[in-house]
Design a protein around this ligand. Structure first.
Ligand code: PMP
Length: 413
């Protein structure tokens, strides 16, 4: 008998998002719409390879020095230093003080995972570490932190009544959380709600995090998608760092450079200012190197080379900034369009939230029955929590979507 049997290996449930994508692929209806996956689509519903990425790829191809060698364990140096500057700012004191330790990772997911592994191994105290994640959040946070040995708790985030941020309950929960908990904060364009704290609210969050000595862990998968401006979208992370917190950041280039499948990301650990800060950053780096070596040995090179080319060249960088504005501008336009069309129709509900939410997603507040009906009757696919990826809508399918939502909301109030 083998070591592994049907009795010892239970069936795990399929990842709900990937199941949804499979169901969409298998649906042969001509008007089907995919609002599940968080990936940008152009006006024709097609993936958009950013023209700046094509230019960077041409440069790589034409460069006689290009090769397919392994990268160092930490990743590509030119990519990492530019990624740091992009997130922390070119005048970052933390970078000047040498107290930032950065690793190239397998996109944002790999960065969250590397951070979780490090914290679970090295957090002080011999109790199991506790992490607080927003309710709701990107579902993979649950899996990553459970698998790396955390007690996973939720803090309130979304208010179903106001369809906005439930900041009072969020702060109250963080106030009563065990001292020194890890708190996951999405830097901008919150997934799935599209609701970000205002600067005033971020300041209040900082106060509670400081009071309870929590460890802020920023997950920044959408820099540039909230406002269209890379600097503005990094405000919250930078504010925490300026306030002298130690923290870490998971950074992804999947969305803002459209490099989804190339898996380009970075993990940054920022030590608090102090006389031993740069020595500590170096030590943390030495431990991360062991973990990275055991997990992936060294990160994938191609996507990082593309990102590095864009980030380190002034002309390509400004082209990228304009292309980011095209993407975020299209999403804002679509939100506005859905809102006004539903209002004109008199579709039951208050649709103001559509234009205040930001980024790739909109959290519709539709019920499970309504979501199921949209899938079964209208072949429109969205996640079970009522999140839609706004990028899946375009002038070619918007009317069909509006007809469907109007029909379902009247039939199943
Ligand atoms: N964090 C959040 C909040 C996300 O929404 C995503 C992408 N869905 C990620 C991290 C990681 O994405 P990736 O691994 O593709 O960079």
């Amino acid at each position: 008998m083998g070591s592994f049997t049907l009795a010892t290996v239970p069936v795990a449930t399929e990842d709900p998002l990937y199941r949804l994508m499979r169901e969409y692929r298998e649906d042969s209806h001509e008007k089907k719409i995919d609002l599940g996956i968080g990936a940008y689509r152009d006006e024709d519903g097609k993936p958009w390879v950013l023209p700046v990425v094509k230019r960077a790829e041409d440069l790589l191809r034409e460069n006689p020095q290009s090769n397919h060698e392994y990268l160092p364990i930490r990743g590509l140096d030119t990519f990492l230093s530019a990624a740091q500057r992009l997130m922390l700012g070119i005048e970052s004191k933390a970078i000047c003080d040498n107290r930032v330790c950065s690793f190239q990772t397998v996109s944002g997911t790999g960065a969250v995972h590397l951070g979780a592994t490090f914290i679970s191994r090295f957090h002080s105290g011999n109790v199991q570490p506790t992490v607080f994640i927003s309710d709701p959040t990107w579902p993979n946070h649950h899996q990553i932190f459970t698998q790396t040995g955390f007690v996973v708790e939720k803090y309130p985030y979304y208010s179903a009544t106001s369809k906005g941020l439930n900041v009072e309950d969020m702060l109250q929960c963080l106030r009563t959380a065990p001292r020194g908990s890890t708190v996951i904060l999405q830097g901008c364009a919150h997934n799935p709600t599209g609701i970000d704290p205002s600067q005033e609210e971020w300041k209040r969050i900082t106060e509670v995090v400081r009071e309870r000595e929590h460890f802020p862990f920023f997950d920044c998968a959408y820099q540039g998608f909230a406002s269209g401006d890379l600097e503005q979208d990094a405000w919250a992370c930078r504010y925490f760092i300026e306030q002298g917190f130690e923290c870490c950041i998971a950074q992804s280039f999947a969305k803002n450079l459209g490099l989804y499948g190339e898996r380009v990301g970075a993990f940054h650990f920022i030590c608090a200012p102090g006389s031993d800060a740069s020595e500590l950053a170096e030590r943390i780096g030495s431990q991360l190197a062991i973990m990275q070596r055991a997990e992936i040995s060294n990160p994938p090179a191609y996507g990082a080379q593309i990102a590095s080319a864009v980030l380190n060249d002034n002309e390509l960088f400004s082209q990228w900034q304009s292309e980011l504005k095209i993407m975020s501008g299209r999403l804002t336009g679509i939100r506005q369009e859905i809102k006004s069309q539903l209002e004109v129709r008199g579709t039951p509900g208050n649709w103001g939230f559509l234009s205040t939410q930001v980024g790739m997603f909109s959290y519709t507040g539709l019920s499970r029955r309504q979501i199921l009906e949209l899938k079964e009757k209208w072949h429109i696919y969205m996640t079970e929590n009522g999140r839609i990826s706004v990028a899946g809508l375009n002038p070619g399918n918007l009317q069909y979507f509006i007809d469907a939502v109007d029909d379902v909301l009247r039939a199943l109030p």
